[in-house]
Design a binder for this molecule. Structure first.
Ligand code: ARG
Length: 457
């Protein structure tokens, strides 16, 4: 039975009905819908808009529906949307009193409230997963605080960095995601219920009562805006998109660093796949999939932004298009966060290979230039002279650490014995003690700061 059939002389055409329905996907909102209805019914009774007995009967009926859905005894089907389903079921169970539930309410403020309750819970789960991921990254950093690896720019070896500094970099990214989701939660946590269809309601409702019951931090200030506002959906998907961007970068590094060409990290067999034709292959499908799945989340962001851009004031059915993208974003993001955290817990860091690689590619050349600057040479001249030394090494097929003091002095007598230490990988990394730098002290400071910040969540 349609909630609105009174005005119509004939039922909907079958195709039109199935095109219009949202139950197939908004049934996910059943818990939120019943929770919001419980609060609304209690408020109606409290404000004497319906009798206390009817209010109690409705709440009991709703609770029964919730229990039966959760136990599997009641299947969600045969309705236009979840709101119609719950109301129809309520009337079927308790009769006349059930017909009073929708007093002073519209599906417009109802769906907006349901979706906010759902999104708030979803943010809480995502934030928990982000905390787990960051803790896993911090553990790897903690275990590798003495290890060095090449740092890259343009995917060419640049300067040695600390392995912990590398993992802390990802912790910083996910920490920002955590903060973003917590801001988003504040925007989500505003209650539209009580806005009714678009103009408010003539009934003496108590929005503060429902706000408290539903745990919202505030109530919406404008009914027209409240029923048509889905900014929070776009924000949620944007937060998810950036998290996926960060995960995707980590995936890219994982794929590169676990390749035979790099060999810095090892992935256990349990997290890899093989090839149906090439028996030797061990493929990083999981990181590839996570990297690939960022595409669908970005797609959902584009979709919701486009849905929102042209809707006239106030509620329009376009807004029904807010849900599938949100649900798929949630499912994609949470599965990617979980699997990647698990994969990272099984990652091995080959610190010997990393260390060896960190010393290659003249990665300490900047240290020679910095050394010359400390001896009084202007940086630009120091850069040019060091460039010549590197060119010489390339021609002679030598590493910077192969050069003797005499070799250095042949370029400029300014060099003394200490240059031989300056060009080593360890000294290079340890010398960068600036905040955020690669020295062990700086990296440990970074870890302490992360540990401090993550406590808030
Ligand atoms: N299924 C609808 C949605 O998701 C519920 C709201 C329907 N409201 C209406 N005025 N037709 O947006």
């Amino acid at each position: 039975m349609k909630l609105w059939s009174g005005r119509f002389s004939s039922p909907m055409a079958i195709d039109a009905d199935s095109f219009n329905e949202s139950l197939s996907f908004d049934k996910k909102l059943f818990r939120a819908d019943i929770t919001a209805s419980l609060a609304h019914a209690a408020m109606l009774g409290e404000c004497n808009i319906i009798s206390a007995e009817d209010s109690a009967r409705i709440c009991e009926g709703l609770q029964g529906i919730l229990n039966d859905i959760q136990s599997g005894a009641l299947e969600i089907k045969d309705a236009e949307d979840i709101h119609s389903f719950v109301e129809n079921e309520l009337v079927a169970r308790i009769g006349e009193a059930g017909k009073m539930l929708h007093t002073a309410r519209s599906r417009n403020d109802q769906v907006a409230t349901d979706l906010r309750l759902y999104t708030r819970d979803s943010i809480d789960s995502v934030m928990k997963l982000l905390v787990l991921l960051i803790e896993t990254l911090m553990q790897i950093a903690h275990d590798n605080v003495k290890s060095l690896m090449p740092g890259f720019t343009h995917l060419r070896k640049a300067q040695p960095v600390n392995v912990a500094q590398y993992f802390n970099a990802y912790s910083e990214m996910f920490m920002r995601d955590l903060e973003r989701f917590s801001f988003c939660r504040e925007h989500v946590n505003v209650m539209p219920l009580g806005s009714a269809a678009l103009a408010g309601t003539p009934f003496p409702i108590d929005r503060e009562f429902t706000r408290k019951k539903l745990g919202f931090a505030a109530i919406s200030e404008n009914a027209l805006d409240a029923v048509s506002d889905r900014d929070f959906v776009a924000e949620y998907i944007f937060c998810a998109s950036l998290t996926m961007a960060h995960l995707s970068r980590l995936c890219e590094d994982t794929i590169l660093y676990t390749s035979d060409e790099f060999g810095y990290w090892g992935l256990p067999d349990e997290y890899c796949t093989g090839s149906s034709i090439m028996p030797q292959k061990k493929n990083p499908d999981l990181p590839e999939l996570v990297r690939g799945k960022s595409g669908r989340v970005y797609g959902h962001l584009m979709a919701i932004l486009t849905v929102l851009k042209g809707i006239p004031m106030a509620y329009n059915k376009d807004l029904q298009e807010d849900k599938e993208g949100l649900f798929d974003t949630e499912a994609t993001l949470t599965s990617c966060l979980s699997i990647y955290t698990e994969l990272l817990q099984h990652l091995t860091i080959r610190s010997d290979v990393c260390f060896e690689a960190a010393g290659e590619g003249y990665s300490t050349a900047t240290d020679i230039a910095d050394y010359l600057v400390r001896k009084g040479m202007p940086f630009r001249d120091a850069h040019a002279l060091t460039g010549k030394i590197v060119r010489h090494c390339i021609q002679e097929k030598k590493k910077l650490t192969d050069l003797s003091l005499q070799d250095f002095q042949a370029f400029d007598p300014i060099f003394d014995r200490s240059i031989l230490g300056v060009v080593t990988t360890r000294v290079s990394a340890e010398s960068r003690n600036s905040v955020g730098g690669s020295s062990q002290t700086a990296v440990r400071r970074g870890l302490v700061s992360l540990r401090h910040r993550i406590k808030r969540y």
